[in-house]
Design a protein around this ligand. Sequence first.
Ligand code: NAI
Ligand code: MG
Length: 345
Amino acid sequence: MSTTHRLALIPGDGIGQEVIPPATAVLDAVGRRHGITFTYDTLDWSCERYAHEGAMMPADGLDRIAGHDAILLGAVGWPGVPDHVSLWGLLIPIRRRFAQYVNLRPIAVFDGVRSPLADASGVDFVVVRENSEGEYSEVGGRVGTDLALQEAVFTRTGVSRIADYAFALAEQRRKHVVSATKSNGIIHSMPFWDEIVAERAARHPDVAWRSEHIDALAAKLVLDPRSIDVIVASNLFGDILSDLAAAVAGSIGIAPSGNLNPEREFPSMFEPVHGSAPDIAGKDLANPLGAIWSAAMLLEHLGHAEAAEEVTAAMRAQLAEGSRTKDLGGDVGTTEFTAQFLARL
Ligand code: NAI
Ligand code: MG
């Protein structure tokens, strides 16, 4: 039995361009063993394109990739182009148009990776971040020179579906959800969030859950991360918590993410958590594992759980006993690391 998947590749800027080729090489290698063929359409959407053409992507860009099976993105952002241009000119339109309302960020501390925490072994949890509304809204404005207003947008539909996703995910894991809130300080949207999460929790009686204020939860991520299984959070809270969590796990270079359209009406997008890293771009120093792990999430999303597991198992083994890139204290470059990883796979 053979399957073909058509993927849109957006390497983007900086090390984005260095980590996507290793990720597609991994997809091809594992695909060969499982009868999966990938075809790639590589797009030049980036800050580099913005510098030449005044837009991150063509006007009909989203139409061009709406029929693809998934999107694999490296990173976008470059000095000289304001970060809100790369975000609102590319990433946010993709996430919103394709209803990728779940941002999934698994966190694991691998054997052989040094966490800044004294003891982080066994940390294994997932941040489920709301990805389509919340604090990242266009509603608001400036009034004169001395006033800015920014409204958060929370809808019953938006909160319900992200909570449902988190509880369903917890059912397949250790059956525990923590909901990030701040209902003591943010008195309209956060109590609304809390009420709806509680309603949805009632539909999953086998999952234990609790609400925790975002500040206390941030401290818990550092002090007791092993106690956490699934975190569900709004767009802003989830963004901050997942970067903190990636740091706790030892390296931003490894952390993956998926922007999911769970209904599969549109393509989902997979990307490493890290950015374009201008400080190391072009030096063969980038750790490709964040992109490779993201490719494994893509495999799982497309129904190839076994192939995905082979990739994560190879990651675990590589980190425990193989060479590593400089960010993890090793001395091999991206190219050599990728060759060794492919040989292991
Ligand atoms: P960054 O993640 O690019 O870099 C932070 C630090 O981590 C740097 O010292 C970098 O060298 C290191 N690092 C990151 N990824 C690495 C990897 N794979 N291997 C080894 N070291 C790695 O974050 P920064 O510097 O805040 O942002 C740089 C640009 O990237 C900005 O323009 C930002 O807007 C953009 N960005 C884009 C994202 C995306 O496309 N989703 C996400 C985060 C940032
Ligand atoms: Mg972030």
